[in-house]
Design a protein around this ligand. Structure first.
Ligand code: FES
Length: 169
C-alpha cells in the first residue's frame, strides 16, 4: 500500500512563476525590491517556501489597486517576522489600501470635474482654468489680486491698514 503523499515544501523559481502566473523576471524583480525572499539549495538553486504564493497574490492584488511597490513593501514589513500574511493581516492591509484607493478616486474625480470645465473652452488661463493653476486656493476668494485686498476681520479696511493685512507704520 502506498504511503502518504509527500507535499513538496519548497518550490523552484519556475514552479513559483507558473503557479503564481507571473514571469520569472517578475519574481527576480520582486526579490530585488525586497518584497519576497528565497533560499539557496545545496546546488545553489533559488528555492521558495510554498507560502510565497500567498505573498505574491497579495502583491499582485495591491499592484492592481495601484499601490506602489514601496508602499506594498512597507505594508508587508508590518507583518511580524516576515511571515506570510494571515487572513487578519490581509484584512488590515486591504482596509488601508482601500482608504488609499478611495483618496485617489476622489482626487481623480475632482480632476475629471475640473477637466469638464475645460472641454470646449481652450482658454488655458492661469486665472480661470483649474487645471492650469490647480494650486490656486485663493481662486474661491474671488477675482483679482486677493492677497492685496484688506483682510480686516469684519471685512472692512481699517484706518492705517495696508492692502494684504499689513498695518501702516
Ligand atoms: S481651458 Fe479654459 S477653463 Fe480650462
Amino acid at each position: 500500500m502506498p504511503g502518504p503523499v509527500k507535499v513538496k515544501r519548497e518550490l523552484s523559481v519556475g514552479e513559483v512563476a507558473k503557479r503564481a502566473g507571473v514571469a520569472v523576471s517578475t519574481l527576480h524583480f520582486y526579490e530585488a525590491k525586497g518584497l519576497i525572499t528565497g533560499n539557496r539549495s545545496s546546488g545553489n538553486q533559488r528555492r521558495y517556501p510554498r507560502e510565497i504564493l500567498r505573498r505574491i497574490a497579495i502583491i499582485r492584488v495591491a499592484q492592481r489597486a495601484g499601490i506602489s511597490l514601496a508602499d506594498i513593501r512597507a505594508a508587508l514589513e508590518t507583518v511580524p517576522e516576515g511571515r506570510t500574511p494571515t487572513q487578519a493581516d490581509w484584512r488590515r492591509l486591504s482596509t488601508n489600501w482601500r482608504d488609499s484607493l478611495q483618496q485617489r478616486i476622489d482626487s481623480l474625480t475632482q480632476l475629471r470635474d475640473q477637466l469638464e470645465s475645460c472641454i470646449g473652452c481652450g482658454c488655458l488661463s492661469m486665472a480661470e482654468c483649474p487645471l492650469r493653476n490647480p494650486q490656486d486656493r485663493l481662486g474661491a476668494d474671488g477675482p483679482g489680486p486677493v492677497l492685496l485686498q484688506p483682510v480686516a476681520k469684519d471685512g472692512a479696511m481699517g484706518e492705517g491698514d495696508q492692502p494684504g493685512g499689513f498695518k501702516g507704520a
